[in-house]
Design a protein around this ligand. Structure first.
Ligand code: ADP
Length: 431
């Protein structure tokens, strides 16, 4: 059975959060589309392209922007999703409740509740699989309270309070209350009754204790009567169960199946993270690769691109190649000292994006891209705006296929993700 309209419409406040939520839904058997770059260009997203999937996630980049900007972008996305007639809506934020001191999560939740004409929603940041748990309203990272974890020093969103109720009260004037572990652990019915009681008392935000995946799943199952859920990807764990139980989702849904993509493969790496350095090193032991250097780009941008393409194109039909700017921390410092941090990064991003376009035009249809920013640039330059989410390669990194034509398979890896043989493993999966 296919749903003609998605059951769930979600908004994530950053790209990796959106991917994380997509993985949870796909693992639960929900076919999921991911919209990237919503509102960044003039492309009009066509609702008809989002039919016959179970969930649509819009990846925004609102975590560190002002509350007014976050509301504006989130409501635009919500309005678009609402037209799809989704049963439930989901606002995905970080499991460490990352928000600016001015507070983004509360204002966006207020605006979404109002837009949907709903009175209450759950606030469920716990992500037990990643050791982020909530107990008595306090957020833990492993054994530490959030404000004693490394999150206290985060450059953009330092978290100096661990109490989700207090954090939320700092960001909204509406009533916030706790649904304690004692309630959540007693199951869906008890939790659901508690939520109803709180709503009757005028509470808008129910902060959910959750220390394991059973608790997290109860949150989704107990919220089935409300249209909006908010929290980490784990807060969505109960939704596939709910939809299956209601007969809206087949038991064995081949959710991670991607349309077949024919064409050559390439790995583009603009990440200099430790994990990527290891992955590049591992690749070069037995496979071909060519380096793109920011200093050389600065001297002769067009010449470097030509040289790389002349090297890569004849090899591609025989085997995948790696094109990389990945360097050691010392080498990165050196190029940054000579060119400036921004200029060095910009040259590499523009070069890899230009190379991606040329390779696509030459028949490459499978791109593995390393680096969060780099991925953003490559996706944008290939004019890809929506992806179908497929099977997981390593935790947090799925294969995806573009909904835009020509169909392109993409594995977008943030810097520190993936095992040393990530590139090889990814290619093996889509042979
Ligand atoms: P990650 O996910 O590992 O943080 P990103 O792609 O987000 O990777 O960021 C890496 C940044 O480093 C990009 O802006 C990229 O252009 C830049 N970069 C890549 N190689 C070099 C290099 N050799 N010297 C300086 N900057 C580089």
């Amino acid at each position: 059975m296919e749903n003609s309209t998605p059951l769930l419409g979600a908004i994530a406040d950053d790209y990796t959060g959106a991917t994380d939520l997509a993985n949870t839904l796909v693992s639960g058997g929900m076919k999921t589309n991911l919209i990237v770059g919503f509102g960044e260009d003039s492309r009009v997203y066509d609702h008809s392209e989002m039919q016959n999937v179970d969930a649509v996630i819009i990846a925004l980049k609102t975590r560190s922007v002002s509350a007014a900007d976050a509301i504006e972008q989130s409501l635009r996305a919500l309005a678009w999703l609402k037209k799809l007639n989704c049963r439930h809506f989901f606002f995905k934020y970080c499991s460490t409740f990352d928000s600016t001191p001015a507070g983004n999560i509360g204002p966006v939740c207020d605006a979404m509740l109002d837009y949907l004409d709903e009175k209450m929603t759950v606030v469920a940041p716990a992500f037990p699989d990643n050791a982020r748990t909530v107990y008595q309203g306090n957020l833990f990272v492993g054994e530490s309270l959030l404000n004693e974890s490394s999150m206290k020093n985060h450059p953009l969103t330092p978290m100096t309070d661990s109490n989700v109720l207090r954090l939320m009260r700092g960001q909204t004037t509406r009533d916030v209350a706790l649904v304690s572990h004692e309630v959540v652990s007693r199951g869906v019915e008890v939790t659901s009754e508690k939520l109803d009681a709180l709503e009757a008392q005028g509470v808008s935000y129910a902060v959910m204790d959750s220390i394991n995946n059973d608790d997290a799943a109860n949150v989704g199952l107990a919220s089935s009567g409300r249209r909006l859920l908010t929290g980490s990807s784990s807060a969505a764990l109960g939704l596939p169960k709910l939809y299956t139980r209601e007969g809206l989702l087949p038991e064995a849904n081949l959710a991670s199946e991607l349309p077949e993509v024919e064409g050559d493969s390439v790995v583009l790496s603009g990440s200099c993270s430790l994990a990527t350095n290891q992955q590049v090193e591992n690749w070069l032991k037995s496979r071909p690769g060519i380096k793109v250097d920011p200093l050389e780009l600065s001297a002769d941008f067009g010449g470097v691109i030509r040289r790389v393409l002349e090297w890569a194109k004849p090899r591609l039909s025989a085997q995948p190649v790696l094109i990389y700017a990945t360097s050691s921390p010392e080498a990165v410092k050196e190029s940054q000292a000579q060119l400036g941090v921004h200029e060095a990064g910009d040259l590499v991003e523009r070069a890899l994006a230009a190379i991606a376009i040329e390779l696509r035009d030459a028949g490459v249809r499978k791109f593995i891209v390393a680096g969060g920013e780099t991925s953003g640039f490559v996706v944008k330059s290939l004019q890809i705006s929506a992806l179908r989410v497929g099977p997981m390669i390593d935790p947090g990194v799925p294969w995806t296929a573009s909904i835009d034509q020509p169909a392109i398979a993409l594995a977008l890896k943030s810097g520190n993700f993936g095992a040393p043989d990530f590139f090889e493993k990814a290619l093996e999966m889509i042979k």
